[in-house]
Design a protein around this ligand. Structure first.
Ligand code: GTP
Length: 419
């Protein structure tokens, strides 16, 4: 049937044998060369209460003094705190591979009288970076995309040895769907090994109980044994119990190490027996930097993007509706305009009729006047004609009227008048 045919097609697709050398086995090298040329970039964020060693750990992680200002503070001065979200960038180079490292340092929370919404500026910062990326994606020219999204958020848990505090839970709940959360136990040199083991378990329980998703290094099927072991080892250490230090000290056995000196001995940052710093660095930089970036892009950003676009879709539909509306609006305007025209036409007709009527009345009047004048003139002419006729008759008779004839005529007239 059809499914079998599909399966065979897929199988057929999957198992094509090459007849000779093609050359695409070099693809990984091409990618490698290109990536090395372009360089890499990574943005990490540190979140946690003030004074938990966030700045120190970042300096320790990347083996640079990204935070020199904290180093120069003399002992008698108050230790400078991070008071606003700040981003520091550094280009670091290792064996010719360039890494542009961006660190977003957030002000230590817990310092405020009201810590209810201390997560808000952090979430806003993460989202505004998503927005900036989204904006770039929507541009016409997308060749120079700058990715400033936060790829990992190292969350510092106070080394209380108890369990997560409500503020930790609140923070993580607000962040976990927006950023790869990597919880660490800060200043773990203040806890004993047993305390750390128990503390880690309680933290993981809390995280599970509150359905908080933290970053888990995925294990892919065809991973080689060594990588698989490495990932398993890393995963087993979550939440990483870390120690940070930027100072090198001498151990009793004569080595120079990065660490913290105590009356009872030296805690070595780079010693896996002493803390999980190495495992954290390994995951963050050595094995999972790309994974963190990919997860940020494919899952976290994608979720944010689709939610944002859906939310905007309403307004977008609205705007589309508005955009479509101009046609409707034009139709409406046209009908209004037509109505206005019709009204004007009617008014003009009225005025015209009125004017015509006026003109007609005027014409009639002048006609009557003309008739009257005509009558007058006719009467006057008739009178003249009669007089002239009379004169002619008299002239024809050849004799002028004698005075008696005149009086006779007058008498006759008077008689006729009386009659
Ligand atoms: P804010 O900027 O105020 O948020 O502080 P921060 O979390 O960046 O802390 P910072 O790195 O400035 O460290 C605070 C203090 O803790 C400094 O005196 C550090 O030397 C010390 N410190 C840092 N890391 C560790 C650690 O792992 N263990 C111990 N015991 N102390 C540490």
């Amino acid at each position: 049937g059809a499914p079998a045919a599909d399966a065979s097609t897929v199988a057929g697709l999957a198992r094509k044998k090459l007849m000779g050398y093609v050359g695409f086995a070099n693809l990984p090298n091409q990618v490698h060369r290109k990536s090395v040329r372009k360089g890499f970039s990574f943005t990490a964020m540190v979140v946690g209460e003030s004074g938990l060693g966030k700045s120190t750990l970042i300096n320790t992680l990347f083996n640079t003094t990204l935070y020199p200002r904290k180093q120069v503070a003399p002992p008698h001065q108050e230790r400078p705190k991070t008071v606003a979200i700040e981003s520091i960038s550094a280009d670091i180079d290792e064996n010719g591979v360039r890494l542009r490292l961006n660190v977003v340092d957030t002000p230590g929370f817990g310092d405020f009288v009201n810590n209810d919404e201390s997560w808000k500026p952090v979430v806003d910062n993460i989202e505004s970076r998503f927005d900036a990326y989204l904006e770039q994606e929507n541009r016409v020219n997308r060749t120079k995309m700058q990715d400033n999204r936060v790829h990992a958020c190292i969350y510092f848990v106070q080394p209380t040895g108890h369990s997560l505090r409500p503020i930790d839970i609140e923070f993580m709940r607000r962040l976990h769907q927006k950023v790869n959360l990597i919880p660490v136990i800060a200043k773990s040199d203040t806890l004993t090994d047993e305390e750390i083991v128990a503390f880690k378990q309680r933290i993981l329980n809390d995280i599970a109980y509150h359905n908080i998703e933290i970053f888990h290094a995925p294990i892919y099927e065809n991973e080689d044994e060594e990588t698989m072991l490495e990932i398993q080892e890393i995963s087993a250490k979550v939440p990483f119990a870390v120690v940070g230090s930027n100072t090198e000290i001498d151990t009793p056995d004569g080595r120079r190490v990065r660490g913290r000196a105590y009356p009872w001995g030296v805690i070595e940052v780079d010693n896996e027996e002493h803390c999980d710093f190495v495992k954290l660095r390994q995951m963050l930089i050595h094995t999972h930097m790309e994974e963190l970036k990919e997860h940020t892009n494919n899952v976290l950003y994608e979720k944010y993007r689709s939610e944002k676009l859906t939310a905007m879709g309403v307004t977008q539909d609205h705007s589309v509706f508005k955009e479509v509306n101009p046609a409707a609006k034009m139709a409406e305007e046209r009908s209004l305009h037509e109505a206005r025209l019709r009204k004007m036409e009617n008014e003009m007709k009225l005025v015209f009729q009125q004017k015509v009527a006026e003109k007609e009345a005027k014409l009639k009047q002048s006609e009557e006047e003309l008739y009257a004048r005509h009558r007058e003139m006719r009467d006057a002419l008739e009178k003249q004609r009669l007089e002239l006729e009379d004169k002619r008759r008299r002239l024809e008779s050849g004799r002028p009227l004698t005075p008696e004839k005149v009086s006779q005529a007058t008498k006759k007239k008077g008689f006729s008048l009386r009659n």
